[in-house]
Design a protein around this ligand. Structure first.
Ligand SMILES: NC(=O)c1ccc[n+]([C@@H]2O[C@H](COP(=O)([O-])OP(=O)(O)OC[C@H]3O[C@@H](n4cnc5c(N)ncnc54)[C@H](OP(=O)(O)O)[C@@H]3O)[C@@H](O)[C@H]2O)c1
Length: 295
């Protein structure tokens, strides 16, 4: 099996054995120092000469997405609200990565912000949305406890801003004849309801619908819009830090995803290899939804 994996993915047996999450199920731990996925991406993807914009690039999935894009030769502009966090995460990549400070929940002139970003950094052909919010209010199990403000909070962060920004991005691609890619990070909770996650799940379901609708509308212009629906991921949103257990009894593969695994699928969708895919949502959940329920 290792032989096949090596030929398919370019990984050695030693590299695979070194992944702590490959040890026995009770010992499944998140090992941030592993470079296996990253090394595979460098070998297989080339983004030289391309420029990508990543919203939420300072989060768990976003950070790995930015790192892998840069490793594959892409220039990346991270949209974020926290410059200090960006500086602490990305100082070593100063040449190919830049920061565009913007909190789209606060500054709602989306057209102005995208124009400004292009004015400062130049045209881009990849837009990736890794922004998302999941808070305590999303865990309220009693339907009577969820009020209009809770619903609006989820929809504002996980759907409305992305609808409005990506409409601007798609029109910008069209106007400038850019055969661009847009990738949304959704969730399996947007595909299958789960107890106590309804506001979040609804907002992700809306994002999934929007991804398809945007793809449908702009496909004739050569614009490609896709999404990924992950199950639980080892990030701060999933309450995980380095060396925490990633064991997950809900999932057939007995673990949650690593952020770098989600990032590599995002990058596949952002690449020209995926140009014939449009309005597709790739599920990456270790098989969790085979049984028909989400998290
Ligand atoms: N973790 C999971 O278990 C899981 C499962 C399924 C789907 N997802 C989805 O995967 C995506 C990435 O999540 P993650 O796990 O990487 O979470 P994360 O580590 O909490 O990252 C979330 C990102 O969103 C950014 N963000 C939040 N509100 C923002 C705002 N108002 N303006 C600008 N940026 C804002 C955060 O910026 P700051 O750095 O400034 O906070 C951060 O970069 C999200 O869409 C999430 O819903 C996550």
């Amino acid at each position: 099996m290792f032989k096949e994996l090596k030929s398919i993915l370019g990984a050695t047996k030693k590299e695979i054995n070194n992944q702590k999450y490959k040890v026995s199920h009770n010992e499944l731990r998140y090992d941030k120092s592993s470079d296996l996925v990253r090394n595979m991406m460098i070998k297989n993807f080339n983004f030289a000469g391309k420029r990508a914009v990543v919203l939420g690039g300072t989060g768990g999935v976003g950070l790995h997405t930015v790192n892998q894009l840069v490793d594959c030769g892409c220039e990346v502009i991270v949209i974020g609200r926290n410059k200090c966090k960006y500086d602490s995460l990305f100082s070593k990549y100063s040449d190919n990565i830049s920061f565009y400070q913007w909190d789209p929940l606060k500054n709602k002139d989306y057209e102005f912000e995208i124009k400004e970003l292009v004015k400062v950094y130049g045209n881009f052909e990849i837009y990736i949305n890794c922004m998302g919010v999941f808070t305590e209010k999303d865990k309220k199990n009693d339907w009577g406890l969820v009020n209009e403000i809770d619903l609006l909070d989820s929809f504002n962060s996980n759907f409305f801003v992305h609808y409005l920004i990506e409409t601007v991005v798609a029109n910008y691609y069209k106007k400038n004849n850019i055969k661009g890619h847009i990738v949304n990070v959704t969730s399996i909770t947007g595909l299958h309801p789960n107890y106590g996650m309804t506001p979040y799940g609804l907002s992700k379901a809306a994002l999934i619908h929007f991804t398809k609708a945007l793809a449908l509308t702009f496909a004739k212009d050569g614009i490609v819009v896709n999404g990924i629906a992950p199950g639980p991921i080892a990030t701060s949103m999933g309450n995980k830090k380095e060396n925490d257990s990633i064991f997950n009894s809900n999932s057939p593969n007995m673990r949650i995803a690593l952020p770098e695994e989600i990032a590599s699928t995002i990058i596949f969708l952002a690449s020209d290899i995926a140009s014939n895919m449009n309005g597709t949502i790739i599920v990456s959940d270790g098989g969790e939804t085979i049984r028909g329920h989400g998290v």
